[in-house]
Design a binder for this molecule. Sequence first.
Ligand SMILES: [Zn+2]
Length: 366
Amino acid sequence: MILNVEYRHKNNFENFFLSVKNKRVAVMFDLNTKPFALPIIKELKDNGSMTVEIFFPAEELIPTGENCDLAYNLANGCDYLLAVGSGTLNDMGKYVSTRLSIPCGVLATAASMDGYCSKGAALMFDGVKVTKDVNTPKDVLIDLEIIRNAPKQMTASGFGDIVGKYTCLTDWEMANVVKGEKINQKAFKMMEQARADCLNAYQDLTKYDPDAVAKLMDALIMAGLAMAECGNSRPASGSEHHISHYLEMDFVKRGEKVPLHGVKVAIGTLISIELYNYLKDNKIQFNGCEKVYNLVEKLPTVKEIESMLVGMGSPIRFSQIGVRREVMEGAIEKAHTVRDRYTVLTLINELGLTEKVKPILMEKFY
Ligand SMILES: [Zn+2]
């Protein structure tokens, strides 16, 4: 499906409204996104669409099987499903529309994560997090006035997700050097360029300047496109994401609210950068180590990333977001087993350095 990314200030979602004219559109939203859903429902009607409302009166919507079934039943018979929200609603929209074999889209309400265009939907079935393969959205609608006024920690989370592309791309290059893993150059460059454009706009982003927020959104969307180009999540997810996933499982297991994705990824990024520097500074010997040291030279320092995160109002220690000490220790030991993907965590583990680095990481990042 060809992706249509439309900005409100450019053409008022003209292409989208035209494409769903005379069609029955289900619009899905929750208590938080209701203020943005009602105007677009009116616009859809004004532009000749019929609408069906799927409203979840929840402030903390959980993508359970029951909620997905409810949406499925209400959207059944519709030609299109528009989610109004970010992570959860977008994931539910992708999943439900895939089950109904209808196209879906999203009116994005926050620049909080890079899953808008990804082929995965994170859901919570019977208290267990599951990731379903889904169709990607046909339309991503962006109104910068909505996005830049979203809660600040959501924008900080999206920024953290992009900061994570430093280590995820370095992991990919390192795996190429050490294990001969192939790099999809096109996907790599797409993600690298989008990250650079977003990071270059950092100063303006701290002021929520519309152009800078647009750069962040573009980078988050580009992550989905790079993954599609590559056929897997390698261009957007490395060791920093594995740390985040590992920690998340504990929150889910205990039925506690999971800290925002990009906030965990950002602190995971600090850990991964620290590990790369540990290898280089201690001249640890392994296959291709000299080349890997050169990769480390290109990475920003922990201090540089920390100061950017602080500037965005993002935490830089896991204790700040409710992670338990023993769970972070567990992440250092086992996060490399979360996915079958070669990263700096795998390398550290293979070299038998886990116990050596653990106290350093706990001291600096817990
Ligand atoms: Zn991510």
